[in-house]
Design a protein around this ligand. Sequence first.
Ligand code: FRU
Length: 481
Amino acid sequence: AQPDTTVYHERWRPQVHFSPKAHWTNDPNGMVYSNGTYHLFFQYFPGGTTWGPMHWGHTISKDLIHWQEQPVALYPDSLGYIFSGSAVADVHNTSGFGKGGKTPLVAIYTNHDPKGEHDGKNDFQNQSIAYSLDEGKTWTKYSGNPVLKNPGIRDFRDPKVNWVETVKKWIMTLATQDHITFFSSPDLKNWTKESEFGKTLGAHGGVWECPDLLAFDHQGKKVWVLIVNINPGGPNKGSATQYFTGDFDGHTFTPGDSITKWIDYGADEYAGITWSNTGKRHVFLGWMSNWMYANEVPTKTWRNAMTIPRELSLVKENGHFYVSSLPVKELQASATTVSRRTNLKANGDVYMCTAPLYLTMKADELKDFTMSFHYGAGAELVIGFDKASNTWFIDRTTTGEHGFNKEFAARHTAPRIATGKGLELTLVVDETSVEMFADHGVITMTDIFFPNAPLQKISITADKELLIRQWQLSKLKSIWK
Ligand code: FRU
């Protein structure tokens, strides 16, 4: 089915980000690449625009940018709601679900039993599996569910499963309250506990949720990254995505340092994880909201959207590994350049523009600057860098509607981690969101906002010495047209 163009043009509807046609969404789930198609499942409540009994919604894309929503993939069952999890292409048919040479897609998710939530046993979240032999169109739940029973831990959820070649097993990374527990399996059905990680490391201002484990090649050596979402306790309050860098030997994760690192410092990237079966490419996508106010944001027919898919890579700053995020290159295919300039003194410049847009800016030396996005009637979104405190910031205090929650109107900051001298910035600005990728993505910040008028122009106030080497402003085509 082609996207319905009347629906996707309501007020505040993201134009370059996936949001379901109607109703509530939270976490991305089961992201898997199979036969040229990117699958994105998502926490979905088809019965309303606030969180409710969870289903897995489903959407597909050939290019990570244009999405075609599919029928709901997984419905609640006798074991409970369908909470977050992952999916893999079981190419060696280790599960035995494959028939007639067909590779099964296997979804591994949490069954959350709302009836068991208050019986004191704390064992109401269990891991289950389902498989599809028709590229995700229809799913069969395994008769032996749950495949991993809860020993009595209140928060026991969000399995992310990867094939780990060194041990030739599936490894499940599971969020277990205030730490991660790793399990292994030869067949996705029988799981053995391997180890625990993180009780005394990282941020602990809230519950650990939605983890991911991935490996990068760095100068011939593998460096492992363990992603752990946490709610609340993020650097700018509420939900956020932290990560650890280190080593995983197939059994145990050993951190390389004790620094608390964040994939995204903004208020509105959460539950982010990566696609399975993309080879060496690591494509990350998060939910573009925050549990502080996700149920209250002022959209009417749908609630919440996903971030732009981001390519992750590993960089070293000050002797430590960090993950950098940048919008996937596929986004640029729908960009038309409207202004390209070199060697300009930025201070005082004004650019007329509309959303959605894609902007890149480079300078040899990073100095104070403030970029204001004007929405009419004095409303603006302000982003920039403050040299005195060495911080990046996004300020949405006056960007539009914020009365729905007292935490919403705020200025968010992120420390500068990169040690280079230069300025390098990429921005993706949609109708109701900004994603800022600073210092080649080492610092990323995502914020949503609800302006009452369309974007009109950008103005820059900067240190008089700031010389922009390259400036490129592009218009992005709506993905729903
Ligand atoms: C994270 C989360 C997950 C859970 C899901 C429920 O946002 O709380 O831990 O599986 O949402 O919808």
